[in-house]
Design a protein around this ligand. Structure first.
Ligand code: KIV
Length: 297
């Protein structure tokens, strides 16, 4: 008897939504899959407008949005809240809810319950979780409950302490083999795609060739089937340490500080607001108002 979980009956996607099976076709055609994180409605809308394929409401929000030193403290409530914002802004991209640390490790039941919350309350299309090995039954249970799952191996930030820090993974023959086995096991458990984070490019290329489902790389080289970057890293909005795999496409933090500085200077000098930023009142109404004030003494 096959241990492979049944493919879930797909929920009818919203009109205009990128169909999930299209990702397999993109891999087959050699078309790269574009993924970015987003955490609110405006960023969801902008990513959609830019033609991004998938949006990850990542638990990196803990660091780039909430100011924590890691992703570990992020709660389910916070993740659901942000996912709801993103799904209000994004139409075509597939939205991935990132199961936060502690929301799926304890039992299959809890993992399924929380994955369903992402879909029902957050409006997510699919969920992501970190790790293989002990997490494989969780993947199977969630997929069997009808929620597609994205896997994540290599550097898994939720368990970075156990990995010895935020370090590249799969850098020995033995570790590379284990990483590939983990990715293959995630595919066999029913994952529709697997994130490879901080993995040597030749190892990621080999894993990508071995897997039927797409790999999405972050610090894993150009041969992955797609790439993901964190919104604040890519747009230059994060003041913390940036990993070497980040390419910045803008320096928005500098632009924001510059704009705020000019605003502050204008307020202090009286240069803002100008006449064109104010509302008028008909002369007769203003006269009547002033007469009323005068009468009141
Ligand atoms: O939470 C996140 O943003 C992620 C990406 C770094 C893949 O897991």
């Amino acid at each position: 008897m096959s241990t492979r979980p049944r493919t879930p009956a797909p929920a009818t996607p919203a009109p205009g939504k990128l169909p999930l099976p299209e990702l397999l076709e993109m891999k087959r055609r050699g078309e790269k899959i574009v993924v970015v994180t987003a955490y609110d409605a405006p960023s969801g809308r902008l990513a959609d407008e830019a033609g991004v394929d998938l949006i990850l409401v990542g638990d990196t929000a803990g660091m780039v949005m909430h100011g924590h030193p890691s992703t570990v403290p992020v709660s389910m409530e916070e993740m659901i809240f942000m996912t709801r914002w993103v799904t209000r802004g994004a139409r075509r991209p597939i939205v991935i809810g990132d199961l936060p640390f502690g929301s799926y490790q304890v039992s299959d039941e809890e993992a399924v319950r929380n994955a369903i919350r992402f879909v029902k309350e957050g409006g997510a299309d699919v969920v992501k979780l970190e790790g293989a090995g002990p997490m494989l039954p969780r993947v199977r249970a969630i997929v069997e409950a009808g929620v597609p799952v994205m896997g994540h191996v290599g550097l898994t930030p939720q368990t970075a302490t156990a990995l010895g820090g935020f370090k590249a993974q799969g850098r020995t023959a033995e570790k590379a083999r284990r990483l590939e086995e983990g990715a293959l096991a995630l595919e066999a458990a029913g994952c529709f795609a697997v994130v490879l984070e901080a993995v040597p490019a030749p190892v990621a290329a080999r894993v990508t060739a071995s897997l039927r489902v797409p790999t999405i790389g972050i610090g894993a080289g150009a041969d992955c089937d797609g790439q993901v970057l964190v919104w604040h890293d890519l747009l230059g909005m994060y003041a913390g340490r940036t990993p070497r795999f980040v390419k910045r496409y803008a320096e928005l933090a500098d632009e924001i500080v510059d704009a705020l500085g000019r605003y502050a200077a204008d307020v202090r000098s009286g240069a803002f607001p100008e006449e064109r930023h104010t509302y008028s009142i008909p002369d007769a109404e203003l006269e009547a108002y002033e007469a009323e004030l005068d009468a009141r003494g």
